[in-house]
Design a protein around this ligand. Structure first.
Ligand code: FE
Length: 197
């Protein structure tokens, strides 16, 4: 596969269809500057500010853009909120559609055929493999991303975080928790990982 990609890339460059320096700038931007910290800031604000949470429910694209996060693959965002009754999980069964402006580039597992098929067939088992065990009372809702719509999961706010400010709350919000294959960290878990002072 790597060889095929390289062959394809050199052909595209040779024929003048892609400009390698321009490609490097794009990749560098999404690898280094845009990433899950953006999404974490969105979730932390939603947890802290009910008006912002409502704005996110009403029009996630606009609410997210108001924090300065816009761009390719983030044009039509929908925020899905986890509750005690419902856990949301995101997949792209067709390919690997992913909300770049808030989460950066997708991880390898998100693009794997196994995740893309099993997330819809047996979401509870897949969650178990990610270390997430939900109560039997909690329904799992799987959202299939398309070229038109990208989803951002708003994980549940962990208990014991009442006094925390947005910056600290954002440290609890992992990439996986915003795809729905993880939960937000407790302050203890975040401290153990060195993510929170
Ligand atoms: Fe896709």
């Amino acid at each position: 596969m790597e060889l095929r990609v390289r062959a394809l890339e050199s052909l595209l460059v040779e024929k003048g269809y892609v400009d390698p320096p321009a490609l490097d700038v794009l990749i560098e931007t999404y690898e280094k500057q845009v990433g899950p910290r953006n999404g974490a800031a969105v979730v932390a604000r939603a947890w802290s500010d009910p008006a912002f949470m409502q704005a996110l429910r009403d029009d996630a694209t606009a609410a997210i853009a108001s924090m300065g996060f816009t761009g390719r693959q983030g044009e039509h965002m929908v925020a899905v909120e986890n509750t005690p009754d419902t856990h949301n999980m995101v997949v792209c069964t067709l390919c690997s559609c992913y909300p770049w402006p808030v989460l950066g580039l997708p991880p390898a597992w998100y693009k794997s055929p196994a995740y893309r098929s099993r997330a819809v067939i047996e979401p509870r088992s897949v969650l178990g493999e990610f270390g997430v065990t939900l109560s039997g009372e909690t329904a799992i809702r799987v959202w299939d991303s398309t070229a038109e719509v990208r989803y951002l999961v708003v994980p549940r706010r962990p208990e014991g975080t009442e006094g925390m400010d947005e910056a600290d709350l954002a440290c609890l919000v992992t990439r996986d928790s915003m795809v729905g294959t993880g939960l937000a960290l407790t302050p203890e878990e975040a401290r153990a990982r060195g993510l929170l002072a």
